[in-house]
Write a protein that binds this ligand. Structure first.
Ligand SMILES: [Zn+2]
Length: 93
């Protein structure tokens, strides 16, 4: 007879424990703010260096003579393509 009551008490204790843990989990989920996730930066316009053809974000580009360049050196050199050595230019096939 006592064993039956003990079993009932044990079941109640287990049920109460489960209910408490569920309540705590729900409370924690409600309290913790949702992670905003990785901060996404808006897409940037990519520009091509007029001198060397490198693609770079508009914010990092240097503008000169109405063109975009990857560096001040390329802005100074202008739109000429990078110099090729004569050996490379006249490479026999
Ligand atoms: Zn460049």
């Amino acid at each position: 007879m006592i064993a039956k009551w003990l079993l009932m008490a044990l079941l109640l204790a287990v049920a109460y424990g489960l209910w408490r843990s569920k309540q705590r989990a729900a409370q924690r989920a409600a309290q913790t703010p949702r992670p905003a996730g990785p901060t996404l930066t808006p897409p940037q316009t990519m520009l091509r260096c007029t001198h060397c053809g490198l693609h770079l974000p508009q914010s990092e580009a240097i503008f000169a003579h109405g063109h975009a360049y990857c560096s001040s050196a390329h802005a100074q050199q202008g739109a000429q393509p990078p110099q090729t050595t004569p050996a490379q230019a006249s490479e026999p096939e």
